[in-house]
Ligand binder design. Structure first.
Ligand SMILES: NC(=O)c1ccc[n+]([C@@H]2O[C@H](COP(=O)([O-])OP(=O)(O)OC[C@H]3O[C@@H](n4cnc5c(N)ncnc54)[C@H](OP(=O)(O)O)[C@@H]3O)[C@@H](O)[C@H]2O)c1
Length: 249
């Protein structure tokens, strides 16, 4: 089966390409670095020629509100049109758990637009919504930092390893389209301030975490439902502290 991975050079994309190739598939990593651009359409029709499945794990290069919305809208439109022209039979995309609860943030309005284009395209599809990647925890710490303190909401978060996300995507890419959404999350839900406290302790970072119910997450007010999955998500096996200790080693 020919599978094109849009964003196949990124964090999730490169792991997904490796997993799908190990399963014996003909996999094409497609991104600006390999000559395929979903915004300019450069190389897109050629890349999709003969493809059965497309997995979209591209990310916007700029996260400013207008730029991110334009990226996901333009990329989604161009990609879905090129897939229809090439006779692709399954579009798989990666989105974020809780997207519809996080629309105060421009990034999530971009992800919502991406999901909507897929749902309305008529293309058979599967959307995987994942919680925050372990790799993203350092960025969350940075976003709440004021001097030597990190101000964070104690709302629940259930982060996941990027390997577990790539594994879930690899399964979905070779299965039948479900024309709906699946969620995947890590094995443990814990308060966001506590997660970052553990991260700082293990990385020997002297910043102090200050819990603050009014602290915003990239401009968004949180509650315990904002970032956590609904009923029956797929659950990844890797635990945050094990992953972090191994990454440091
Ligand atoms: N971070 C999280 O915690 C989290 C949680 C849930 C879901 N997600 C979703 O996961 C997805 C993948 O994230 P990631 O961290 O793996 O991203 P990443 O490492 O930043 O990689 C982004 C990929 O997008 C490609 N790309 C950028 N512009 C493109 C264009 N015009 N045409 C085609 N490809 C383009 C990049 O290609 P080049 O290398 O060639 O520039 C790269 O391969 C995102 O959609 C994100 O919303 C993230």
């Amino acid at each position: 089966m020919k599978i094109v991975v849009i964003g196949g050079t990124g964090l999730i994309g490169s792991k997904l390409v490796t997993k799908l190739r190990a399963g014996g598939h003909d996999v094409l990593p497609a991104s600006p670095n390999t000559g395929v651009n979903t915004i300019t359409r450069e190389g897109l029709a050629e890349a999709l020629h003969g493809a059965n499945v497309v997995v979209d794990v591209a990310n916007a290069p700029l996260w400013e509100d207008k730029a991110v919305l334009e990226f996901f809208e333009t990329s989604g439109r161009n990609l879905l049109a090129a897939e229809a022209a090439a006779g692709v039979r399954h579009h798989v995309a990666l989105s974020v758990v809780g997207t519809e609860r996080l629309l105060e943030g421009g990034y999530f309005r971009g992800k919502m637009a991406q999901e909507k284009l897929i749902e309305e395209s008529g293309m058979p599809y599967t959307i995987l919504r994942a919680t925050q990647f372990f790799e993203f925890v350092s960025g969350i710490a940075q976003s709440g930092t004021v001097g030597q303190e990190v101000h964070l909401s104690p709302a629940l978060i259930q982060p996941i390893s990027s390997d577990d996300v790539a594994a879930a995507l690899a399964d979905l890419a070779v299965a039948k389209p479900i024309n709906g959404m699946v969620e995947v999350a890590g094995p443990e839900a814990l308060p966001l301030d506590e997660l970052v406290r553990r991260f700082l302790r293990i990385t020997k970072d002297s910043r102090k975490v200050v819990p603050d119910v009014n602290a915003r997450y990239f401009g968004i007010r949180l509650n315990d439902q904002s970032l956590t999955p609904g009923k029956n998500p797929r659950i990844g096996s890797a635990r945050f502290e094990d992953w972090l200790s191994q990454s440091i080693a």
